[in-house]
Design a protein around this ligand. Structure first.
Ligand code: PMP
Length: 400
């Protein structure tokens, strides 16, 4: 059984079996990831890349093998295309402050979408303040899908960069990223995809997508918190300036001049999150062993089942009904504040998230302060969905 790999799922909360439906916030970790982290701290604990001693070499091997596993998962041409980061937030800030900042002039335009997480909005606003760049937004419709027709008008001679979310964390919409990339490429515009919510659910092939940058959040793909990956095309990584200065990212330092290290070390200043990187590699191996096809199949079974089951809850309205969706359900229930729903069903053991899910502009579009969000992973079950539905019906009854 898929669930048996995840010891965290076997808990009781408030005396009830845990139903963990907050996977878009952070996923549970499989034993293989926990074991890899423990193994590093117990058997290989040393700093990486700089020691000649046995432990340092074995820690370095584990860390670099993790990079290799992630390159396999994403079908990157080489592990050198991958930079270890703290998560998607850091990956996006890194690209904004290096690749884009080094090229952009006042009046140049950055294109994002209405479906972005704050982490793909605020870094561009910071860049706007620094450079005088202009931020443009691809609009969405009532279903929570992007309006593709608008793109031809939004792309101008001044568009310098496009950064779009692959899968929306708030609504579950899977964006037509290949179409978006094709449109950008026609105009010679580099594209970054925020893959935080895509990698846990979809087979992502960065070469097939032909994106310039792709961001991965470790803790959403069953890996450790504070871990992540930035994929970049080699020519960009070679050319762009470093993000942070310090140890590891240099090959020679004098007081007059510093020669930077080769990619990817150029972007990895300081002692990295070694255990996190190793754990993330174990998560990638775990996902490949389960198989992305199997994960996607379970996702789609759960999505269909949940969509139907939620119809039994009186007064429930789904927010975001895109044709292509991951198993993420944003909803409101007539007459009950989202926060109250979350608190009540927690007492039945059900963990969901309530609020704006770091996507305030989406809820501004719908005229809502926020929603309840049940976000499922492949290890969830139909029985758990039934518990969610029962607990929502009970919550609704309390407010009648
Ligand atoms: N983008 C999306 C779509 C997300 O869901 C999240 C996390 N909620 C982020 C970016 C930020 O990712 P991280 O936590 O890895 O910084």
């Amino acid at each position: 059984m898929l669930r048996e790999h995840f010891p965290g799922l076997n808990q009781r909360v408030h005396g009830k079996p845990l139903v963990y439906f907050d996977n878009a916030a952070t996923a549970q970790r499989p034993q293989a990831v926990i074991d890899a982290i423990n193994d590093y701290y117990i058997n290989h604990n040393a700093n990486v890349h700089r020691g000649v001693h046995f432990l340092s070499e074995s820690a370095t091997d584990l860390y670099e093998n993790a990079r290799l596993s992630l390159a396999k998962l994403l079908n990157a041409p080489s592990p050198k295309n991958l930079i270890f980061v703290r998560g998607c937030t850091e990956a996006i800030n890194l690209v904004a402050q290096t690749f884009v900042r080094s090229k952009i002039k006042a009046g140049d335009e950055i294109l994002i979408s209405h479906l972005e997480h704050h982490s793909n909005i605020v870094p561009w606003q910071i860049l706007r303040e620094q450079t005088g760049a202009v931020l443009k937004v691809i609009p969405m419709n009532e279903q929570g899908e992007l309006n593709l027709e608008s793109i031809d008008e939004l792309i101008t001679e001044k568009t310098a960069f496009m950064s779009v979310v692959h899968v929306s964390n708030a609504l579950g919409t899977i964006n037509p990223v290949k179409t978006l990339i094709a449109k950008a490429k026609e105009a010679g515009i580099p594209v970054m995809l925020d893959g935080a919510q895509a990698v846990p659910h979809l087979k992502v092939d960065v070469q097939d997508l032909d994106c310039d940058f792709y961001t991965v959040s470790g803790h959403k793909m069953y890996g450790p918190t504070g871990s992540g990956i930035l994929y970049g095309k080699a020519e960009h990584l070679e050319e762009m300036p470093p993000y942070q200065g310090g140890g590891e990212m240099i090959s020679k330092v004098t007081f007059d001049h510093t020669v930077y290290n080769a990619v990817p070390a150029k972007f990895e200043a300081g002692t990295p999150n070694i255990a996190g990187g190793i754990g993330l590699g174990a998560a990638a191996e775990f996902m490949m062993t389960i198989g992305m096809d199997k994960i996607a199949q379970r996702d789609s079974e759960l999505r269909v089942y949940t969509e139907l089951a939620l119809k039994q809850v009186p007064g429930l309205k789904l927010i975001g009904t895109a044709a292509e969706k991951s198993p993420v359900f944003s909803f409101v229930i007539e007459g009950i504040h989202a926060h109250d729903v979350g608190t009540i069903i927690d007492h039945y053991g059900v963990a969901i998230r309530t609020g704006h899910h770091c996507t305030m502009p989406i809820f501004q579009y719908y005229g809502l302060a926020g929603s309840c969000r049940a976000s499922l992973a492949f290890y969830n079950t139909e029985q758990e969905v039934d518990v969610l539905v029962d607990s929502l019906i009970k919550a609704r009854k309390m407010f009648e």
